[in-house]
Structures are given as structure tokens and as C-alpha cells.
Ligand binder design. Sequence first.
Ligand code: BGC
Length: 676
Amino acid sequence: MEKKDFRDSSLDLECRVEALLAALTVEEKLSLCAGRNFWETKPVPRLGIKPFRVSDGPRGVAWHSSGFGRHTAFPSGIALGASWSDELAHEFGAALAAETRGAGRHMVLGPAVNICRTPLNGRTFEYFTEDPWLNKTLSVQVVKGIQQKGVAACIKHFAANNQETRRMVNSSQLSERALREIYLPAFEAAVVEADVWSVMAAYNAVNGVAACQSSDLLNDKLRGEWGFRGFVVSDWFAVRRTESAEACIKAGLGLEMPGKGSRYKLQPLRQAYYQGRFSESELDHSLSGLLRVMMLTGHLDAGTRVPVPPGLLDQHHRLARRIAAESIVLLKNEVKNDGALLPLDPARVSKLAVLGPKAKKRNCLPLWGGSSGVWPPYEITPLKGIKERMGAAGMELVSDAAEADAVVLFIGLSHRPGLDSEVMDRKTLDLPLKQLQLIEQTVRLNPNTIVVLINGGPLTMDWADTVPAIVEAWYPGMEGGRAIADVLFGDVNPSGELPVSFPRRLQDSPAHQSRRTFPGDDKHVWYDEDVFVGYRHFDKHGIEPLFPFGHGLSYTAFDYSGLELSRDRVCGDETLEVSAQISNAGDRAGAEVVQLYVSDLACSVERPPLELKGARKVFLQPGETAEVQFTLGYRDLAFYCEDSRAWLAEDGLFKVLLGSSSRDIRLDAGFKYKSG
Ligand code: BGC
């Protein structure tokens, strides 16, 4: 039989993978299982295989992993979550991929999709949301955007990696139902709907088994159930906690990074192999994904570095501004006799003070916040963005709050360890005392104070009633200052909605019921809240959040009407079409995120009162009406049944609810479900 050549790109992918496996010696195969340094695999010079290179990047190509290059710093993950925009998620993915390729990398270590279980998680700013539906929807789009450019996405951190405290030694203890309903959907959808090429196995263990050696996660779920064809890479140094090289090989871990001080170091790996602790076919099984991805990304073909043309970079910078502007959440905008303070009206505000410690602060710096730190070619701070826009509005900048017609006060956190940063969790949800005092002083001097928050997750705000307007701007990336000005001056009508609940106090959050649930006891973190994460917990216990999941105001108003269901009885796996009319009832163009929740009115297991199962972002001119449509399928009605190990929708009454937030439901309708 004619020998196939893995270099022949006209061959079918699986033939090429087989040909390469046949061409590699066992020694070469073993050498490909661990990195040669932080960012690349070992080469195989005999076959002309160069190192496969990766870069950090849930929010841009990271400085430290791209030969110290400067790249577009996009708003952080939680901001993309707050945009609720599939289109922006997709465009972001494509831009990220182009810059990754430009830096000569074949894979980007993102998106980061762990669920925001505790608001104290130091990495909340990197993740999208507390809700599995929103999480999976955005993840799929980011992955598709990245991979359509021939760059591999690496979705992380698999799985149930929800805090930084003791992240290398913890075990997340949770039910199969919580895993399936809350923590896995984004990973599952990334594989099933977007064919993601790589998955990063987390530092933590899940129910006592280290994620890097979990056959249940890596073999059974990822490959067996979902059909994953890519490779699993360990989080950096995560393999150290595993039992042995063979346990990881057998579970299907393809690549250990960074390959230093590791179980996959050539010696221990070789020893395990020659002692017969794993077979060559098991080695092939765990390695084949990496080889496949080398081919899918064109790594084995000519020309791996594709420079980004300057025009495209400008587009990416503009995209960073659009994402930031669409992610900004108007939390509060009190309407008094003379109207609301926002958007800033030059007829009422001729002198503006821009104050606070975050007005001039840069947030996009190397390693700032940890591995996601991106260093952009420039950064527009809030003050700079506002100054650029003030001239056109005919406003004067003053430094004294008492002298101004209005004050914009920038406060928040930073990417310092212990705040919004990797490795440590936050200690408190409160702002630093000095900033609390600053709010109080400023409001005393000038009641027209708009507080703009620069931070990465929920904060408590005992001061919320004392100020007329509050804006959540997250970490808005390199163009953040301009995006903030866009919203404050009304050039962009805010359309961001909270992707996480803001509690009134920490103890109101589901993960903060005891030390067991956070930070955990004896290296175990007990997910006692089970599926009641985020708003599911607030709703179940009737707790009033400070700002609910899905909340975000606009400078216009939207009316909801005409909710229709395609049937009032749903049988078996029939789908249900849902439609309604949304109108812009105000006098400004704007966008509304229409949220669809499902409620199972009677069930043999306890279910959350509301579960998000759809959302549409609709842009409307004043007076314009649009129809929004959704399709609900079996899985949207089902819970994960541990007895039958399957998704199960039970007979009975269900409700569909449409709203502007989880606590602002505008329309609802019921239907009956009947199985088979
Ligand atoms: C982080 C990952 C990151 C990796 C490489 C780890 O500490 O958890 O998210 O991709 O380092 O920098």
C-alpha cells in the first residue's frame, strides 16, 4: 500500500493524523506531550515539525506570551458578558485570532468561561456571567470567531474552577446536576456547537479527582458524549497535583504545560511507558488531538505568521470601543423635576468636574490582573476620553466639585493582587474606605454627582441612595475613556445589562452561607447551593439584590406587548415558538436586551423559579417596533435527572416570561408539557 505523507494537505484530515502518528517514533511522541517552555511545544526536527505556540488571551493577545508585543486591549470578559451581544462576541473572537496569528501563535488561551459563583473570585473580571445560558451563547460565538480564522481557541478552565483561594489544591464538591446545569453548558456548547479545538484542564479537582486526570471529564463527557476532537492542555503546572503520568495519559490529557517540573517530563513519562503503565495506543489517543489541531491551524503547512495590516488594527481599536460602549451598564439615573442627570446636557452643565482616583488610571498593563494582562499601543483613560468630547459639548473642565454644575466621580478597584486579579480572591465586596469617604465628601459638595465604577464584578453600595446616577463601566480596555464619554454624553444610548447579580451584602450570595461553601474546609469547597447560583438563589430565597441579574437602564423606554406562543401544549421533543413586540416608546434610538426566562411550575425536584433560556438585543429608532422571536426546545425545559443520568422535562405546566431584567418581567404566558 502506498505510504501516506502527513505533509500532504490534500489528504483527508484523519488520514494525515494517522500518517503522522505512524511517522513519529515513541520517543518523539513522548516528547510532544509536554511543553519545551512556557509558550511552545517541543519541535520534531527530523520531521520538520516546529514548536506549536500559544498565547494567553481572554481579552487580547497578552504581552508576556507574545514576544512582549503590544496588542489591542479589549474590555475584559465580564464586560463582553454585559454587552449580551452575540455579534460583538463573534467579532471579538475574529479580531483576537487575527492578532494571535500576527504574533506567530496558533492558539489563544481563551475564552475563559467559568461561572461567577462567588462575587469575591479574583478572576470574576475575566469571566462572562453567573448564568449558564448567557455563558454558552457568548462562548460559542467567541470560539467560532477565533477558529474561523484558523486559530485554535482553548476554552478554560475545565471544570468547576470558581475561585482563586487554594486554587492548586482545592476540590470542588458538587452534584452531577449542578455540574451539568450550571458549570458545564459553556464547555459542552463550545464542543458541540463550535467544535472548539482545545480545552484547558483546571487546577482544581472535581469531587476529589484532579481535573487533569479526570477520565469522567476528559474521556467520558468531553470526547464520549460531546464528540471533542481537539486536545486537552493542562493549566500551567496543574499536572503537579495529579497522581501519575499514566493517570493523565489514560484520561486523555494531550499536553502538559509549561512542561517544567512536571509529570510529563520526558524521564518519568518514558519510565512509565517502558514499565508498561500505559500503552502506545493510549499515548496515540491522548496525542492525536494535538496533531489534529496542528493540521487544522495550518501549523504543519507553510507560513504561520500572518502580519496584521495596520488598517485592521485600527478596526480592532474601534471594535474595542464599541464593545466597551455596549457593555456599560447604567445602574441608576434618578429622574427629578428637571429630568435626569444623564446623558449630560450642555444646556444644564457648562462646568464639569472629573474627579476620583480612577479618572486618570490606566488598567491595561503587562501582567496586570495576571495572565490576561494585555499591553496596548495606547490607552484612553476616562479623563482623556471626556476631555476629548467636552469641547464639542461646549463644557468647561473644573477641578472643584463645589464650583461644577455636575461631577463625574471615577472610583473602583484595580488589577492589584487581592482585588480584581488572578491567584487571590477579594476579601470584601466593599470599596476601600478612602473611596467611600470620597463619595460622601463629593456628594456633600455637589449633589449632582455621577459615580462611574471601574472594576470587575459586584460591589456593595451602601451609598447608592445618596447619588443620583451610577454607571458600571467594568475594565473597558484601551478605548475605555472614549466609550465612557460616548455613554455619558449620550452619543451611545447605554444597553449593557448586568451579567451577574449585585448583592446588598456578601452574605446574601449563594456561595457565602458558611466557610464550607467559601473558601472551603480542608481543601474541599462544598457547592451546597447546588443549582441555585446567582439570581437562582436570590429568587429561591426571596432576597432583594442591590441590582438584579439582567438589570440595565437606557435613555429611552421600551414597551413589551403581544406575547404569543405557537402552541399551548408541547409534546415530546416538539419545539415552541415564542414571539412578542418590542417598541421604543421614548425619543432616542437605543437597544433593549429582551430576556426570556422559563419557569417549571411543578416538578419532582426543586427547580429555580426562573431560568434564562434566550435573549435578543434589539436596536430601535424612536417609535419603532420590532418582533422578537425565540425557539424553545426540549433541553430548555429539562433539568438534569441524576437517577436516569439524562435531561428530563416532566409533564405539567410551564411559564414563559419576557422581561427587561430577571426582576422586571413584562409579559408571561403558560403552556402544558406532555412527554412522548
Ligand atoms: C492561568 C491560565 C493561563 C495560564 C498561562 C494560569 O495560571 O490559570 O488562565 O492561561 O496560567 O498563563
